[in-house]
Design a protein around this ligand. Structure first.
Ligand SMILES: NC(=O)c1ccc[n+]([C@@H]2O[C@H](COP(=O)([O-])OP(=O)(O)OC[C@H]3O[C@@H](n4cnc5c(N)ncnc54)[C@H](O)[C@@H]3O)[C@@H](O)[C@H]2O)c1
Length: 161
């Protein structure tokens, strides 16, 4: 017995002359689709109804939550306990982000290809009272990224930002 997409049972049964019906390609096609039992029909209807109901409940929940945030402000994220990875943190925007987050108490991990730039950023973050570690990682190389991720997990912990 084969199952089709509309939950009707489709048997490939022989037709009157004892031969299974074939389609244009010569393959046997299902005939004599059996109607669903009333129990199955009720279950399918309830299942679909429950899905739609759940969708509506979730949508209303998210809309109410957003209205609340709009009225009373979004909850602030506590960055003190976070560990943040800043790729390209050896210069420019990455360095500035590292410095800013470091001041907020976030532990900073830097990945960059520029060893000298990493050292400078670490110095800047630490001078401002932050925690910073840097690794030479070329983020265009998948293997280096996976390896560096393992090192961070072992030496610092799981990233959270
Ligand atoms: N500066 C801006 O105003 C600005 C505006 C919009 C977008 N951006 C984009 O933001 C990104 C950073 O800009 P920026 O001004 O800080 O650049 P930047 O050149 O000052 O710093 C980029 C850092 O990324 C590092 N880096 C480069 N390739 C790397 C790699 N494969 N793996 C690891 N590190 C690598 C470099 O060594 C450098 O330290 C760039 O992609 C830039 O196009 C910058």
């Amino acid at each position: 017995m084969e199952k089709n997409n509309n939950n009707l049972r489709a048997d490939i049964t022989p037709s009157g002359n004892g031969q299974a019906l074939s389609n244009g390609n010569g393959a046997a096609v299902g005939v004599a689709a059996q109607p669903l039992s009333w129990k199955q029909t009720i279950w399918n209807t309830w299942d679909a109804f429950a899905d739609v109901l759940w969708f509506i409940i979730c949508s209303i929940g998210y809309i109410l939550q957003d209205l609340y945030y709009i009225a009373f402000g979004y909850p602030e994220k506590e960055l003190k306990a976070d560990i943040a990875l800043v790729t390209g943190g050896g210069n420019g925007l990455g360095r500035q982000l590292a410095e800013r987050l470091g001041k907020l108490g976030t532990k900073i991990i830097i990945w960059d290809i520029n060893q000298k730039g990493i050292a400078e950023t670490i110095q800047i973050v630490e001078a401002a009272g932050g925690y910073c570690k840097g690794y030479v990682v070329d983020i265009s190389k998948k293997e280096e990224v996976y390896k560096a991720a393992d090192v961070i997990r072992a030496e610092v912990g799981d990233l959270s930002a």
